[in-house]
Design a protein around this ligand. Structure first.
Ligand SMILES: Cc1ncc(COP(=O)(O)O)c(C=O)c1O
Length: 398
């Protein structure tokens, strides 16, 4: 009875692994989950209070499909101050999470068979969403030697008459790499030659960046004129520790934002009015909280990087943003111990779980075998314990 399209759909592997880790923990196993794509700290007080106030004041009804005035004003104020753009309320649409905003943007921009350029490794849901739009992902491989960043030349070579869209994600999930202004300039130069290509810039981690600004450089800072075909995606999940509140938004040219709002109004309605109020307060007032979280995350990054770099069989770069280590396990591939053969990164992850109760996400889920993704949005104590287990496990193959 199922449609062909949906029959081929796999569940989000990161969500499935996180659920598996929870299940094992509940059954009494000493599981360390390094799969989490969410901060382990609490939603900031100002947002909690605003959500509670919204309930008490009866702000509990439908809002416009593009979001309430409060949150749209807060988004406009924040993004204009960060990027130097001059977005107005009509350039913003808000919905239930950045994930659905991405889906809305792709549905609003893609026709069947359009080609979408996706630098790999990419966030797990990008390819599935492009497939759901019946468009075609064109995957550009990157490697450790290129800091997992796609080059302007690669993009130029991949462009065909069918190219409709390119997706960028900096800081990247899963690699944590951040494109510099120079690299973005070169990419902008290629895109300027192809005015029919739309850009979706997934900026969900842009306030979790360990440079001096605490903010990732952006394509629109280096080339503002791309603003007439660039959709910037963001949300409260990561920097504001509000994954469960489900608020995400896009800013972009009015015609695309209007089309997205139409799509959202038919497919979902509006995001929760309560979450919108809480998110508006977070955007307006939680600047210091975000800064403090970044400082703590940076300490965890330094701690984890030093420890993981000493694990035999692991090679990694120090991430510049987000909260993931992207670790090469190529030295372990095809190796065997008395019980397991590590044919690929999925085999590594499942053997590690079975043997050591540590959960990591295999690189294949992000379009690159021979890697694992390890989240460091966990206490240092958990990271230390995990590192001991990684070391013992890897040694048994080397
Ligand atoms: C790169 C990237 N984009 C978008 C999202 C979606 O975030 P949200 O929780 O707002 O749907 C995530 C969440 O993991 C992500 O990692």
């Amino acid at each position: 009875m199922l449609s062909k399209l949906v029959s081929q759909l796999q569940p989000s592997p990161t969500l499935a692994l996180a659920a598996k880790a929870k299940e094992l923990k509940a059954s009494g196993k000493d599981v360390i989950s390094l799969t989490v794509g969410e901060p382990d700290w609490e939603t900031y007080d100002v947002a909690k209070k605003s959500g509670i106030d919204a309930i008490n004041k009866g702000i509990t009804r439908y809002t416009p499909a593009s979001g309430s005035a409060e949150i749209k004003e807060a988004v406009v104020k924040l993004i204009n101050s960060q990027l130097g753009t001059s977005y107005k309320m009509n350039n913003v649409t808000v919905t239930a999470g950045a994930k659905f905003i991405l889906f809305s943007a792709l549905n609003s921009l893609l026709d069947p068979d359009d080609e979408v350029i996706l630098p790999a490794p990419f966030w797990v849901s990008y390819t599935a969403m492009v497939d759901l739009c019946r468009a075609k992902p064109v995957i550009l491989e990157t490697g450790l030697e290129a800091n997992f960043k796609v080059t302007a030349e690669q993009i130029e070579k991949a462009i065909t008459s069918k190219t409709k869209l390119i997706m960028l994600n900096s800081p990247s999930n899963p690699t944590g790499m951040v494109y510099s202004k120079d690299e973005l300039r070169q990419i902008a130069d290629v895109l300027m030659k192809h005015p029919d290509i739309a850009i979706v810039s997934d900026d969900i981690y842009n306030q979790l960046c360990f440079n001096n600004d605490g903010f990732a450089p952006h394509l629109l800072q280096v080339e503002p004129s791309l603003g007439d075909r660039c959709v910037c995606v963001n949300g409260v999940s990561k920097a504001y520790a509000m994954t469960g509140w489900r608020i995400g938004w896009a800013t972009g040219p009015e015609n695309i934002i209007k089309a997205m709002t139409n799509f959202q109004s038919q497919a979902l309605g509006a995001a929760s009015s309560i979450s919108q109020m809480a998110s508006a307060a977070a955007l307006n007032e939680a600047h210091r909280d975000v800064k403090n979280a970044l400082t703590q995350l940076n300490q965890r990054r330094e701690f984890g990087f030093e420890k993981l770099s000493s694990v035999p069989g692991f090679k990694l770069l120090n991430p510049e943003g987000a909260f993931y280590f992207w670790i090469s396990i190529s030295d372990l591939m095809s190796k065997s111990n008395s019980k397991f053969t590590l044919n690929d990164s999925r085999a590594y992850s499942s053997a590690l779980l079975e043997e050591k109760n540590v959960v990591v996400v295999p690189g294949q889920e992000f379009g690159c075998d021979g890697y694992i993704r390890v989240s460091y949005a966990v206490e240092n104590e958990s990271m230390s314990k995990a590192v001991e287990r990684f070391t013992e496990f890897n040694r048994s193959f080397l």
